[in-house]
Design a protein around this ligand. Structure first.
Ligand code: ATP
Length: 299
């Protein structure tokens, strides 16, 4: 069994500022740092660090950032198919943070928005029935729908995290086997919360629904009665990537054991995301391979 994550990769550049830059002003920044992010890369790296055989299919540009992305991903146990988009820049975020912990983020989506369905389909051509294909909201609607349709046609299990949110995602549910949403996404897409939101998605054809509820934990609705897993107490520093850690670990835990999503998968995901929220950064904050091994050994 092999997992394919088809999504975005982005370079996150963080700069500390004392006050927000105003139009026309040049100001000083400090504490500059750079990390790899993008929901596609996040989820693929998490799954690969868990020991699940994983390929990331992601669009990049043709400039220096593409090189830097390739080098950083080479340090991870994930196979990468970085699809170069001629004439475009790789996606990146500029994150301004202030000493009181506020932030403002500007993100480009030139590469992700312009990935053509035919290029992405080519990159997953050898996927087999029973493999897993994982999607988020960053690619264009046309490409996301084409990939979901093809995966369904070939009996590849589909997992979908509708973030960033687009209203048209409502139409994709019949193509989705496993859905991961936070409370805001569930409300926006179903008009319901909690168990009622899961019921709406089941009625549209989704087999298993996982709702993440931040510090209130997570809910799984699928095989039997809905079950809740409480969040683990954590010294919260930065919640970036908590949802991606949760989804990646829950999927890896279940697929490595050859089961459906279950309570143990949510417990593993809860433990891993408690580590992520206790550290600053994106990929750099996710549990390491050794930490994942220890988390997944918990039975
Ligand atoms: P993000 O967009 O920040 O990546 P998300 O909104 O997709 O996150 P959340 O529901 O906020 O996802 O968080 C996912 C999981 O991370 C939760 O189910 C929980 O297990 C863990 N988590 C999030 N916030 C906290 C917290 N404050 N304390 C402990 N665990 C947390």
């Amino acid at each position: 069994m092999h997992a394919y994550v088809i999504g975005n990769v982005a370079v996150d550049e963080t700069i500390r500022v004392e006050q927000w830059p105003l139009a026309g002003a040049s100001i000083f920044g400090s504490h500059g740092s750079s990390d790899l992010g993008g929901k596609g890369a996040n989820q693929a790296v998490v799954m690969a660090r868990c020991g699940l055989s994983t390929t990331l299919v992601a669009p990049v540009g043709v400039e220096f950032r593409a090189q830097s992305i390739a080098e950083r991903l080479a340090a991870e146990p994930v196979e990468c198919r970085l699809l170069r988009q001629e004439g475009r820049s790789s996606d990146f975020s500029i994150i301004f943070t202030t000493p009181d912990g506020e932030n403002a983020i500007v993100t480009t989506t030139d590469a992700a928005e312009n990935l053509r369905p035919e290029d992405a389909l080519l990159a997953i051509r050898e996927a087999q029935p029973g493999d897993l294909a994982v999607f988020q909201g960053n690619l264009s609607e046309v490409t996301t729908e084409a990939l979901l349709r093809e995966a369904r046609r070939r009996s590849i299990v589909t997992a979908f995290n509708p973030s960033p949110l687009r209203p048209s995602f409502q139409d994709l549910w019949p193509l989705v086997d496993l859905a991961f949403l936070n409370a805001g996404e569930a409300m926006a897409l179903t008009g319901e919360s909690s168990d009622a939101a899961a019921a709406v998605l089941h009625a549209r054809g989704v087999r298993d629904v996982v709702l993440t509820l931040g510090a209130d934990g997570a809910l799984l609705s699928g095989g039997g009665a809905p079950l809740r897993v409480a969040a683990m107490p954590a010294n919260v520093v930065d919640t970036t990537g908590a949802g991606d850690t949760f989804m990646g670990v829950a999927l890896a835990s279940a697929f490595l054991r050859g089961t459906r999503l279950d309570e143990l998968a949510l417990i593993h995901a809860t433990r891993a995301s408690a580590l992520t929220v206790s550290r600053k950064g994106t990929l750099g904050a996710f549990p390491s391979i050794e930490e994942m091994r220890a988390i997944l050994a918990h039975l």
